[in-house]
Structures are given as C-alpha cells and as structure tokens.
Design a protein around this ligand. Structure first.
Ligand SMILES: *Cc1c(COP(=O)(O)O)cnc(C)c1O
Length: 439
C-alpha cells in the first residue's frame, strides 16, 4: 500500500489499494446490536406494500398472479455449490431478486416503495385520496390527472432509473433519469424505449446524482429520489426481510443459535444491502451474519467503515479508481445515511475481482440455468469467504459458530438480470466462460 495512504488510514486492510480480493472483518460489529432501537421502522414499508397491493396489481398486469406483491423466489443452488465448494457444510440458497417482476432488480423494492409513498402523499394533499381509502383510487382519472402534473427524477447507474421510471410511468408521473455518460448504453435505450427521459452527465455516478438533485431542487413539481440519502428507499429494501423470513420458514430452515443465517449482499451505495440487513437484524438479531460484497475497484462501504470516519471517505481518497464492469456497484462513496447504520450491524465486507464474478455468473447459468447480471454474481463466493479463509475462520471461532456450520443457511442475494437483453447476455457469457476456463 502507498505508505502515505496507509499512514492516513490505518484501518485499511493490506492489499486493498492494490485491488487484491480480500475479506475484511468489521471491528465495530456488535452481535448484540439489532437495530430495534432505530428510528427507521420497516413496518412502515410493509404496511404500505400491503395496502398498495391492489393498486400495483391493477397498474402492472405482470403482478396479477402474485396479487400485487413484489416478491422473488428463494432457491437452493446445490449444483453451483458442488462446482465451487463440493464439501462445504450448510445449505446454499439464491434469493432471486434478479427475477423481481416489472423492474428486474433489487431496486424494485426501494424504488416502488418511495414512489408509492410519494403518490399517496400527492393524492392525499390534492384531496383525490382519503386516508383510509383503497389505494386503487390512485389509478382513477381524478388522481391520474393530479399525478400527471408531477415529475420524479433520480440519478442512477441504470437499475434504480429503470425501477423509478417504470413505477413512476405506471402511476402517470413524468420520469427523468440522470445517468453518467459512461453508464451502460442498453440501459439508457431501455429507459428511452419506455418513454422515460434520460439526461447524461459527464463524470461518475455521484456526479449524475448531484446534477439531478440540483435540477429537481429548482422545480417544485419534481420529486428527487436521492439514492445517497433516502430513508424511503431504505425502508422499501428493509421490507424484504419479512419475505425472506417467511420463505425460510416454508423451506424448513430455522434461524437460531444452532442454525445461523449467513447473508451475502452486493453493495453499491449501500441502500439495498443496508436496508435488507437492517430488516434481517431486527428479525433474527445475533443469529444473522451479514456480509457485503464489493468489486475490488469500488469498495466504498469497506473504505468508509474501515476508516471509521465521521466524515466521508471515498475510494478515490485511498487511491482506487472506481472502475468496474459491475455497474450496479460502481459507486465511489458510500451512503452517509446507511454507513453509520452498518457500523455495528455488518459483520464484514469481501471484495471480488472482475474475472471472478464474470466466471461465477457463467458457472451459475451453466450449472443452475439461472442468468444474472455481473453485479448480481459477486456474492456467489460468500460462503467460501467465510468457510475457507483465515479471516472467515477467525470470525466463526470468535462467535462460537465453527461447530454449528453444518446447520447454517447461506443466502446469496442475486440482485439483477432478468431485463438484460439477449445480445448483451451473450457478451457477458463469452467473457465469463473464458474467465472460468482460465481459472
Ligand atoms: C443497485 C444495485 C445493487 C446495490 O444496491 P445499492 O443500494 O446501490 O447498494 C446491487 N446489485 C444491483 C444489480 C444493483 O442494481
């Protein structure tokens, strides 16, 4: 490590600035912390999703079979486990947010929640929705006329824009997505094809967010979905915990001292993984162990927490370049809302190199027939990080888990993929296959 950077940030793990893949254990992790004393209550989002199910069912035909519920399957992936770690103890499962309806990524959870909340507020203030009324009123002509006067804007590397754009347009709101000029072209095309305005900005994701925020602030009819600050997004993600709890129950997987739950969550700005872990900690406390995964070039949450700073520290500050093909995770600065909340709840962060997640995405499709986008394949090595590295084993020893790993459930959160066009998938596959064969 550059001696100067090391001296300024003594908490950074060796090898991080050389982009070496590693597992970092969070020294601030407190098994007793469970977020229950927190001000943010996922029940708010759960109740909103409950009362808006009828509305969503009406607006999105693809949600009809699920009764207006946003949910994704939880599936065992034994063949992938056999490919990566044939003798590893415990059950590996994939949480398939790549298959979430409408928006095709984890961003559906946060994005839909924030826009539903906005639409309810606009409807109530305009007098076209009563507090106790069926939310389907928001799809009736009087409410549509009111909603049509409002716009919603967001800064995004792609998936949040898709989520916000699609739910916004579904409810009749005008949607504007601010993207960095180097965001994936197919994501821009897909947005424009759905009638969503795309504005391109020079610089990275944070620059696009800042530009979008400034434009929206000047327009009283425009609501800005702030990926770096939004409590509403966070709560929408947190509501996923209840869904996972029900699915684990249905699958006969208890979560307790003899049956720990390990969750591996891809992290960009931190809202999605942070919200989900926050929700899970409130349900399972010390029995859930949350690890984030970040690309070796963009480990923003690791940097923020390892520097233990009460001021922002970015990956650029420690000499990294924030360059990664995992565009959903290409974020240089962690959310200032989420990072402090993770300081005691997060067990650790591991980083993954580009060839590894490409190869793992290819292996997942080859073995299990499940296609996910590169960002979503980063978590697939989570169980190996915990079981097969000195840091992981130290964690298991420290928390008295080594003897109970046979009863563990490993949930790898897959975060996006079903909307990726076939020609783009082909390119990802070729690169993944080459990387897997070279490994
Ligand atoms: C956004 C995103 C994430 C991470 O969510 P953050 O809230 O940015 O941390 C992970 N995977 C995919 C595919 C995403 O689009």
């Amino acid at each position: 490590m550059n001696a100067d950077i090391a001296a300024r940030h003594p908490g950074l793990p060796e090898g991080l600035t050389q982009r070496r893949p590693l597992l970092w254990l969070n020294p601030g992790y407190d098994p007793q912390a469970d977020g229950r004393d927190g001000r943010l209550d996922p029940a708010v989002a759960e109740a909103r999703f409950d009362r808006c199910a009828g509305l969503l069912e009406q607006v999105f035909p693809e949600l009809e079979s699920a009764g207006g519920r946003l949910s994704s399957p939880l599936t065992p992936i034994p063949r992938l486990r056999d490919a990566l770690a044939p003798t590893s103890p415990g059950l590996w499962m994939l949480k398939r947010d790549d298959a979430l309806p409408v928006a095709g990524s984890v961003k559906a959870r946060g994005g839909f929640h924030e826009i539903l909340s906005l639409a309810e507020r606009i409807g109530l203030e305009a007098g076209v929705l009563r507090d106790d009324a069926d939310r389907r009123a928001l799809a009736e002509p009087p409410a549509r006329a009111v909603l049509g006067r409002h716009a919603v804007a967001v800064g995004s590397t792609g998936n949040l824009g898709l989520s916000i754009g699609l739910i916004g347009a579904g409810l009749g709101l005008r949607a504007v997505v601010h993207m960095s000029a180097d965001a994936k072209e197919w994501k821009k095309q897909r947005l424009r094809a759905r009638g969503i305005a795309v504005v391109e900005h020079a610089g990275d994701y944070a620059a696009a967010v800042a530009a979008g925020r400034a434009i929206a602030q000047a327009d009283p009819w425009m609501h800005f979905v702030d990926d770096e600050q939004s409590e509403s997004l966070f709560l929408g993600y947190a509501a996923a915990a209840r869904e996972l709890q029900a699915q684990l129950g249905a699958a006969g997987r208890p979560v307790d001292a003899e049956h720990p739950l390990f969750v591996y969550l891809p992290c960009g700005v931190g809202g999605a993984p942070g919200g989900i872990l926050y929700g899970l900690k409130r349900l399972f406390g010390a029995h859930v162990h949350g690890f984030f995964v970040e690309p070796t070039g963009s480990p923003c949450m690791l940097v923020q927490l390892a520097c233990g700073a009460d001021r922002p520290v970015s990956v650029y500050d420690v000499g990294l370049d924030n360059r990664t093909e995992a565009d959903g995770l290409a974020v240089g600065q962690a959310s200032p809302l989420v990072a402090p909340l993770m300081a005691s709840l997060l067990s650790g962060v591991f980083t993954v190199g580009e060839d590894t997640f490409y190869a793992d995405a290819w292996r997942l499709e080859d073995r299990e027939g499940i296609y996910v986008e590169p960002s979503a394949a980063t978590g697939l090595r989570g169980p190996l990080q915990v079981l097969d590295t000195p840091q992981g084993q130290a964690y298991l020893e420290r928390h008295g888990l080594a003897a109970v790993m046979g009863g563990a459930t490993h949930v790898i959160w897959s975060t996006g993929g079903s909307l990726v066009p076939e020609d783009i998938r082909q390119g990802f596959r070729q690169r993944g296959r080459r990387a897997a064969e070279a490994a």
